[in-house]
Design a protein around this ligand. Sequence first.
Ligand SMILES: [Cu+2]
Length: 195
Amino acid sequence: MIDASLGFVMAIDYRLQSADGTPMDHTLHKTIHRVAGDEATVSSVSTHSAHPSPPTPTIHRSSTQAAPPDPDSRIIKLRAKGIALSYDVTEIHTQPGEKITLRFINASDMVHNVVLVKSAGDITPVGVAAISAPADEFVPKPEQGRILAASRLAYPGETVDLSFTAPNVGTYPYICTFSGHFTMMQGRLIVAPTG
Ligand SMILES: [Cu+2]
């Protein structure tokens, strides 16, 4: 199984057994890929039953290029660093209708994204569903109704732009939906009336 487009390096299957030696009917499957001109990076880890073996989840990169940021938009930079599951900017203030480009600079060692959701109550449903949506870059289609805007995945060293128009007055969380990061990796967009 070699996926050249993802720079596949190697795959390791671990047979798991419990502490008392009882074999478990699961295999931990780890694949290591090389990402765009970079060192090898563990890009997917999954567990699955050995009988029968389902297809290994694979992260697909979007083939369509993101639209360039609106030249009239205000660019706000966000960063992630090291192994911290956090954005360096966790509160952004704006007014309804303002055009905004969140420029996410991934200076960390992990894959992240930025997803703007409609309310605090949407964080968990979107974040949990995202774990099962690696094929959609961790932006779950069944929960689109809770999502206002979503960036593509930013691999370590990448910068991605997310452009949108600020919605009505309110508070809108932004989260990373890459495999389980949503519980910690959060910020909020606060839209207040003009003046
Ligand atoms: Cu993340």
